[in-house]
Ligand binder design. Structure first.
Ligand SMILES: [Fe+2]
Ligand SMILES: [Fe+2]
Length: 240
C-alpha cells in the first residue's frame, strides 16, 4: 500500500484536507511530518487500513498542494504565516491567559491544578511570542529581503539565514511548544472530567485551548513541512 509508506508531509502536500482528519485523530503532522503513515498509526495505536481509507476518501485538489507550495514565492508564504497564524496567536494568547486567570480565581478548589496550568500557559505564551518575533526579525525578514528565490536573490536569503537563525533551533522550539500545549490541554480536560463542574467558564477555556492548539499545529506544519524544507533544499542546490 503506497500511502502507508508515504510520509505525513507527503500526504498533506497531496491532500491538504487531511489536516482536519489528522487533527481529529491526534496524528502529529506538525512535528512528525517525516514519519510514515504506518509509523504514526503504530505510534498512536490507530488502524492503518481505516486511516488510509479515510485519507483516500478525501477530495484530491485539482492542482496539488505540492505544486502550490513549491510555486508560491517564499516571501508570500512567510507573509501568510505571519498574517494568519502569528496574528491569531497574538490575539488568542492574552484571551486564554485572562480566562485562565478567572478560572483560577473561581475554581482552584475544584480544579487543583488550575494555577499550575495557568502558569504553564503564561510561560508558553511568553516564549512563543519571543519565537514569533525572532522569526519575523530573523528568518522571515531575510526571506523578504531575498525576494523570490526562483527569480534571483537566493544567495542573499541563505547567507542571511545562516547568520541569523538556526533552522534546527526553530524545529526544536516547535517540538517543545507542541508538546507543552498538548500537556496543558490533556491536564485541563482530565481535571474537568473528574471535577463535574457546572460553570461553563472552564469549558469555554478548554474550547479556546483546543482552537489555539489546532491553529498552532497548522502554523508549525507550514513552517516545519513546507517553509524550512524549501530553504534547506535551496541551500543544497546552491552548494551543489
Ligand atoms: Fe511562526
Ligand atoms: Fe515557528
Amino acid at each position: 500500500m503506497m500511502m502507508a509508506e508515504d510520509t505525513l508531509r507527503r500526504i498533506l502536500l497531496e491532500r491538504p484536507e487531511a489536516v482536519s482528519l489528522f487533527e481529529a485523530l491526534g496524528i502529529d503532522y506538525a512535528c512528525g511530518g517525516e514519519r510514515t503513515l504506518r509509523e504514526e498509526c503504530q505510534r498512536k495505536a490507530l488502524s492503518l487500513d481505516l486511516v488510509s481509507q479515510q485519507v483516500a476518501a478525501l477530495p484530491a485538489p485539482e492542482a496539488t498542494c505540492a505544486e502550490f507550495v513549491y510555486l508560491v514565492p517564499l516571501p508570500e508564504l512567510a507573509r501568510h504565516i505571519v498574517e494568519t497564524h502569528h496574528t491569531f496567536a497574538r490575539t488568542q494568547m492574552p484571551r486564554i491567559n485572562r480566562l485562565f486567570e478567572r478560572a483560577a480565581q473561581l475554581h482552584s478548589s475544584r480544579l487543583p491544578n488550575i494555577c499550575r496550568l495557568r502558569e504553564q500557559m503564561m510561560d508558553l505564551s511568553d516564549e512563543w511570542s519571543v519565537h514569533m518575533i525572532r522569526e519575523e526579525r530573523g528568518l522571515f525578514s531575510t526571506v523578504h529581503r531575498g525576494g523570490n528565490p526562483h527569480e534571483g536573490g537566493c544567495r542573499g536569503v541563505l547567507a542571511g539565514c545562516a547568520m541569523r537563525v538556526s533552522l534546527q533551533q526553530i524545529r526544536l522550539e516547535h517540538q517543545m511548544v507542541v508538546l507543552r500545549m498538548q500537556s496543558i490541554v490533556t491536564a485541563l480536560s482530565h481535571s474537568l472530567t473528574v471535577s463535574s463542574l457546572t460553570d461553563p467558564l472552564p469549558r469555554e477555556l478548554e474550547a479556546m485551548l483546543l482552537q489555539f492548539q489546532a491553529d498552532l499545529h497548522l502554523h508549525v506544519h507550514l513552517e516545519n513541512n513546507i517553509l524550512l524544507p524549501r530553504l534547506e533544499q535551496l541551500e543544497q542546490t546552491l552548494r551543489a
